[in-house]
Design a protein around this ligand. Structure first.
Ligand SMILES: NC(=O)c1ccc[n+]([C@@H]2O[C@H](COP(=O)([O-])OP(=O)(O)OC[C@H]3O[C@@H](n4cnc5c(N)ncnc54)[C@H](OP(=O)(O)O)[C@@H]3O)[C@@H](O)[C@H]2O)c1
Length: 486
């Protein structure tokens, strides 16, 4: 995953007028050039349906996006980068348009003597995935004399049937070795650090099991509401938007067995084994919620039903909490609690591993407070790092105890962390699929959550700015546990 000398590629980005390209992909590509991961021979062809753009005006748009990303220094490098950007219009579903695109690609490769290594990045709304895959395949853009890779953004399907149909379509034209399904959470340094933390430190492996761990909690909370994404969110909801992909990835990395090698398929095999071990999720192990009016950082905010573009009778969930059982030798009986929501008190992605309390407390007769369990808290964002809590004697008379935290923070030790998209793009050009979701993995995940989505549901209200509905507290309290963040 480190910088190496890589043959130049042509990166064809569909959706090059969109938010993701301008806010994330373009700055990430420029930083890769600055870091020397890619060199000045790389070219980018932006593609969209918009007809009023040509190469010059597209480059102008990209210059503004680089400014907005604060990438204003190194003028010469920037000018060379921008000069390597071109634009092509496609008409979605029109065969002649893809033929014209194929000719344009060939012309760019000829002009710049490129070795036909191509990356097609579908930064598109999901409804445009099938027609674009079909369009590329039908004109032979699924193969080249060099390598051809296809990158597909989330969401990958909206249930098991649609994910399977999309996989079938992909495999009609592309081999699985060509396909890079993005879950940008996997690009985060702290998520990758889970591999190192677990498998490069002998300290944790002996206690990473049902004998020592009481429960695992994964919380991904947002302060933001639905903002301008109501059109998409009304069709998705929190379970599709966050749980099926990001939280499930965090669960797999926390629960997986050590792979035989640090290699894409060895790692993905272990993740799939975790998904196969998860018992069907019972109705009373799921809580759906929707935010009501409340207060965020002291300011009043409206409820979900008051947001622009949301149906007044919408039952779309903006919060979900689940209890998941990984029924294998390592984890049998250890609940994994997953929780995500919008309009919660703060933006946080955190994994909390709570260890079992000592079997007997010899301090009981002296103790004035309850013995806490040791906790390992891995913070994925913000303020990336981890904390280990343990009990110490409170100074003074008697045997009173107090929980103390040992902290490690990335920013105190490393200057800056690369953006997740930077890491993922570097891996794509280097042909490393480790951090990408395999076809069977995405289907297993949908197999787990599709029945939950299809059941009739109660959606509990919760005040904006709270940690979710009371029913989510009861979900853990039923098993004598409580949320680490509440
Ligand atoms: N934005 C993010 O931070 C983010 C984060 C994670 C994942 N994603 C995923 O990334 C993808 C793109 O998101 P976005 O936020 O960039 O969306 P966006 O701002 O709506 O942009 C979509 C782009 O796709 C083009 N497009 C739309 N329909 C098309 C069609 N039928 N055929 C060809 N081009 C079409 C649009 O341009 P024209 O209308 O000119 O064609 C535009 O360039 C989505 O799948 C999203 O879920 C985005």
């Amino acid at each position: 995953m480190g910088p190496t000398s890589i043959d130049p590629h042509l990166i064809v980005v569909f959706g090059a007028t969109g938010d993701l390209f301008h806010r994330k992909l373009l700055p990430a590509l420029f930083r890769l050039l600055e870091r020397g991961v890619i060199d000045g021979r790389f070219r980018v062809l932006g593609v969209a349906r918009r007809g009023d753009l040509d190469d010059a005006s597209f480059r102008g748009l990209c210059e503004r996006s680089l400014d907005q990303a604060g990438l204003t220094s190194r003028e010469a490098a920037r000018a060379a980068f921008v000069a390597a950007l071109d634009y092509a219009q496609v008409q979605d579903g029109v065969a002649a348009s893809y033929q014209a695109l194929a000719e344009r690609i060939a012309a760019i490769e000829d002009q710049h003597a490129l070795p036909h290594h191509r990356i097609f990045y579908l930064s598109l709304p999901p409804q445009a995935f099938p027609s674009t895959i079909e369009g590329l395949g039908a004109v032979g853009l699924n193969r080249s004399e060099g390598t051809t890779r296809l990158v597909i953004e989330k969401p990958f399907g909206r249930d098991l049937a649609s994910a399977k149909a999309l996989n079938q379509l992909l495999h009609r034209w592309f081999d699985e070795t060509q396909v890079y399904r993005i879950d940008h959470y996997l690009g985060k340094e702290t998520v990758q650090n889970l591999f190192v933390f677990r498998f490069a430190n002998a300290l944790f492996e002996p206690v990473w099991n049902r004998d020592r761990i009481d429960n695992v909690q994964i919380t991904v909370s947002e302060e933001l509401g639905v903002e301008s994404r109501a059109g998409y969110y009304e069709q998705a909801g929190a379970l599709r938007d966050m749980v099926q992909n990001h939280l499930t990835q965090l669960l797999c990395l926390t629960a997986m067995e050590p792979p035989a090698q640090f290699e894409a398929d060895a790692i993905r095999n272990e993740k799939v084994k975790v998904l196969r071990s998860i018992a069907p999720i019972a109705d009373d192990d799921v809580v759906f919620g929707q935010y009501r009016p409340g207060t965020i950082e002291g300011a009043p905010v409206c409820g979900y039903l008051g947001e622009k573009g949301v149906a007044p009778t919408s039952t779309t969930e903006t919060f979900v909490a689940l209890r998941v059982s990984v029924s294998n030798w390592r984890w049998q009986g250890v609940p994994f609690y997953l929780r995500t929501g919008k309009r919660m008190p703060k933006r946080l992605s955190q994994i909390t591993v709570s260890f079992r309390c000592p079997p007997v407390s010899m301090f009981q007769p002296f103790n004035t407070c309850v013995l806490s369990s040791n906790q390992l808290v891995i913070t994925v964002q913000p303020d990336e790092g981890f904390d280990l809590s343990f009990e110490v004697k409170a100074p003074g008379e008697g045997m009173a105890m107090r929980s103390q935290r040992m902290q490690y923070r990335y920013h105190e030790n490393f200057a800056s962390l690369p953006d997740g998209y930077e890491t993922l793009l570097a891996d794509i050009v280097q042909g490393d699929q480790t951090l990408f979701v395999r076809a069977d993995e995405v289907e297993k995940s949908w197999e787990l959550f599709t029945p939950v989505l299809e059941r009739p549901r109660a959606v509990h209200g919760y005040a904006a700015g709270s940690w979710g509905p009371a029913a989510a507290e009861q979900l853990v309290a039923r098993h004598d546990q409580r949320w680490a963040q509440r």
